[in-house]
Design a protein around this ligand. Structure first.
Ligand SMILES: NC(=O)c1ccc[n+]([C@@H]2O[C@H](COP(=O)([O-])OP(=O)(O)OC[C@H]3O[C@@H](n4cnc5c(N)ncnc54)[C@H](O)[C@@H]3O)[C@@H](O)[C@H]2O)c1
Ligand SMILES: O=C(O)C[C@H](O)C(=O)O
Length: 308
């Protein structure tokens, strides 16, 4: 199993590290446009192998796509991250050009690959890859909901004063400060609805803290987060590589599902060797349906800024 990660910055390197530690891939290629950075990070990570007990071979490349040839899964993290006070949508001007060029170069050398898009604004960048390639929709996956759901579980556990392993929950919708739809009505602690333990006000606060999770970290760090994003990407890569048929909310091209068409937005999917094996339809409350429709409107507005 060969995985390529384009962008050896904060998220790309974190993702490579988690993939290596889990030791399910034979090779990870890290590629970056900055001279020497990918080679340096690959060497540093390889020097963790004997310490952390993995056999995954990590290779660095300065913009040489020949080294990525024959990848089964490719991950696009190249592009600029936001600074405090910015929205993800403001990154479109620079990142759209990068994502378009990078996806074309990747597919030229790995025409059978499954593509995971991470660069922001992620739902629109995922849509851009659909529009600029002729790949079937099951092979293009946007990563956002897996991360947002991890943050939701963190906030739920905090409110419940419970271990995170007791808690389950999912966030669908657009990966933006206002577009996320945390499914509070479906969230549970050991199969019991969290609404049995938390007031409506506290649950609303959990949802709000989840939605601004990325902005909160950006304010603290001066740039956006990388540990949980890297872990979330590695979980998607593992689900595909190991054909787990595991459920994650991912940005998928919708063609009528959830009453939506011609956009990529976060919905629950099953991930396996073919990429998106199934888009899972779940029953939403009227309020959740309204939030999803509003979120889709926001994503479509950003998509309209694309030159495709
Ligand atoms: N979808 C999500 O949940 C999520 C989570 C975190 C970050 N992000 C996004 O991921 C992107 C990367 O974030 P980061 O913190 O790793 O940024 P970073 O600046 O640390 O790394 C980005 C890397 O991309 C490289 N790059 C730029 N143009 C390139 C090109 N044409 N070819 C190859 N490499 C190129 C840069 O040299 C840099 O090393 C940002 O757009 C950020 O907003 C998304
Ligand atoms: O917040 C960001 O800009 C990066 C990423 O989308 C995140 O949610 O951490």
């Amino acid at each position: 199993m060969k995985v390529t990660i384009v962008g050896a910055g904060a998220v790309g390197a974190s993702c490579a590290e988690y993939i290596a530690i889990k030791d399910f891939a034979s090779e990870v290629v890290l590629l970056d446009i900055k001279e020497g950075v990918a080679e340096g990070k690959a060497m540093d990570l390889m020097q963790c192998a004997s310490l952390n007990g993995f056999d995954t071979r990590i290779v660095g490349s300065t913009n040489d796509y020949k080294k990525t040839a024959g990848s089964d899964i490719v991950v696009i993290t190249s592009g600029i991250p936001r600074k405090p006070g910015m929205t993800r949508e403001e990154l479109i001007g620079i990142n759209a050009g990068i994502v378009k060029t990078v996806s074309a170069s990747l597919l030229e050398h790995s025409p059978e690959a499954i593509v995971i898009v991470v660069s922001n604004p992620m739902d629109t960048m995922t849509y851009l890859v659909h529009k600029s390639t002729d790949l079937p929709r099951h092979r293009i996956i946007g990563m956002g909901g897996a991360l947002d759901s991890a943050r939701f579980k963190y906030r739920l556990a905090e409110a419940l004063d419970a271990p995170i392993s007791d808690v389950d929950g999912m966030v669908i919708g657009g990966h933006s400060d206002t577009g996320m739809v945390p499914l509070t009505s479906h969230a549970t602690r050991n199969s019991i609805k969290v609404s049995e333990f938390l007031s409506e006000e506290r649950l609303a606060q959990v949802a709000e803290d989840t939605k601004v999770g990325g902005a909160t970290l950006t304010k603290l760090l001066g740039t956006s987060a990388w540990y949980a994003p890297g872990a979330a990407v590695s979980a998607l890569v593992q689900a595909i590589a190991c054909d787990q048929k595991k459920m994650f909310p991912c940005s998928a091209l919708l063609q009528g599902e959830y009453g939506l068409d011609d956009l990529c937005i976060g919905v629950p999917v099953l991930l396996g060797r073919n990429g998106i094996e199934e888009i899972v339809k779940i029953e939403l409350s009227e309020a959740e349906k309204a939030k999803m429709a509003q979120s889709a409107e926001g994503v479509s507005k950003t998509n309209a800024l694309l030159d495709v």
